[in-house]
Design a protein around this ligand. Structure first.
Ligand code: SF4
Length: 366
């Protein structure tokens, strides 16, 4: 087993990994004609969403906002709506803030160093290192979940993954590797990320075809499965979410503007109530609508949708009612059922709408 931190071995590791990347890298559409803007948006989106699931929402986002100016000039509603399927909406808000910052404060000039990049809203250590190494050749390593997992195994780090000592060991190894590697730093970063997505998987790691096998301490000890060491999982909060789809005789559906309501911030959605279990603390987005609906003709019951949002295990109960007329309250409006999807930004609401549509007649859907 070689000492994997000596200069000669570090150079070989960088070369081996780079060769593997060149031969195996995926030609994702967002890697074509790369610009810092494209790298920025795709890295932020991919931090929360699996690549396969992110492809089509990312294409839509780039179609709607092909560059900094189009994103900076767009309304927040439009940005949130285009971001659906790509993770938390706060990220979409911050991307827009970042675009406005670059357009107005930096006169449209995209920052080139990780230090400058970190001044931009939405850009943290990871995204700054990804953009500056991929687009501007800065010799800086990224350290995301994939890379941490690989390094914990490669170096056989038996410290908990989020501890300072773990991070210091990773940083020390990466600094030596990037300093000595005679390869493009962006390629080396992407090689690590792609190795983590395809080979060094959390459970079913494919050590037998891994380019780093002969250097990997955990694989040699047959202990890769035991790493990385993680702390206790946080307890998930149980939440019941009652969502009301109220359709009138013109096939219009009631939507409500949420300024700030737990999972919904500054966006349109169906009226709803949240119940935190077991305390039964209730948050009503619109208590009078909810109470009215409960006494009316409820079309679907026992149709629970499971959903999760950071640290919350959610059961969604959709209620569909058809009423002669529906009165709009403050901050609400009626939207024809054929256009509902253009207004919903929350994936929980979109899931609910999909189920609810099964209980509407064809004319009510269009
Ligand atoms: S040899 Fe196995 S454990 Fe080691 S880096 Fe490769 S896939 Fe991961």
């Amino acid at each position: 087993m070689p000492n994997i931190t000596d200069a000669k071995t570090l150079k070989i590791i960088a070369k081996t990994l780079n060769r593997w990347f060149i031969e195996n890298k995926e030609n994702w559409f967002f890697r074509e004609n790369r610009t810092p803007y494209k790298v920025w948006i795709s890295e932020v989106a991919l931090q929360q969403t699996r690549i396969q699931a992110a492809l089509s929402p990312l294409k839509r986002f780039f179609l709607n906002f092909p560059d900094i100016n189009s994103l900076a000039d767009a309304s927040e509603d439009k940005v949130l709506n285009s971001f659906r399927g790509l993770g938390y909406y706060n990220r979409a808000r911050n991307l827009r803030k970042g675009a406005i910052y670059i357009k107005e404060k930096l006169k449209g000039r995209f920052p080139e160093t990780s230090k400058e990049l970190k001044q931009v809203p939405s850009i943290g250590d990871y995204t700054a290192a990804a953009i500056s190494s991929i687009c501007f050749n800065e010799n800086i390593a990224v350290l995301d979940g994939n890379v941490k997992r690989i390094l914990s195994r490669l170096l056989f780090i038996e410290d908990f993954i989020e501890t300072r000592i773990f991070l210091e060991k990773c940083a020390k190894f990466q600094a030596g590797l990037f300093y000595l590697a005679a390869v493009h730093p962006g390629d080396l970063n992407e090689a690590f990320m792609e190795l983590g997505q395809k080979i060094c998987l959390p459970k079913n790691m494919k050590c037998e075809i891994c380019p780093l096998f002969s250097f990997c301490k955990a694989a040699q000890k047959n202990k890769a499965r035991e790493l990385p060491l993680k702390g206790k999982k946080k307890n998930l909060k149980d939440v019941n979410w009652h969502i009301f789809i109220i359709v009138d005789k013109e096939n219009k559906v009631l939507l409500q503007k949420y300024e700030s309501f737990y999972f919904l911030k500054n966006q349109w959605a169906f009226p709803s109530s949240l119940f935190f279990l077991p305390e039964q603390n209730v948050l009503n987005s619109c208590r009078n609508i909810a109470c009215g609906v409960m006494q009316k003709n409820i079309l679907i019951e026992n149709n629970i949708i499971k959903h999760s949002i950071t640290n919350h295990k959610i059961k969604i109960y959709p209620f569909v009612t058809k009423n002669e007329t529906v009165l709009c309250h403050e901050n609400s409006m009626r939207v024809h059922s054929s256009e509902i999807e253009n207004y919903l930004a929350s994936s929980a609401m979109l899931k609910t709408w999909k189920i609810a549509q099964k209980h509407l007649t064809p004319s009510e859907k269009h």
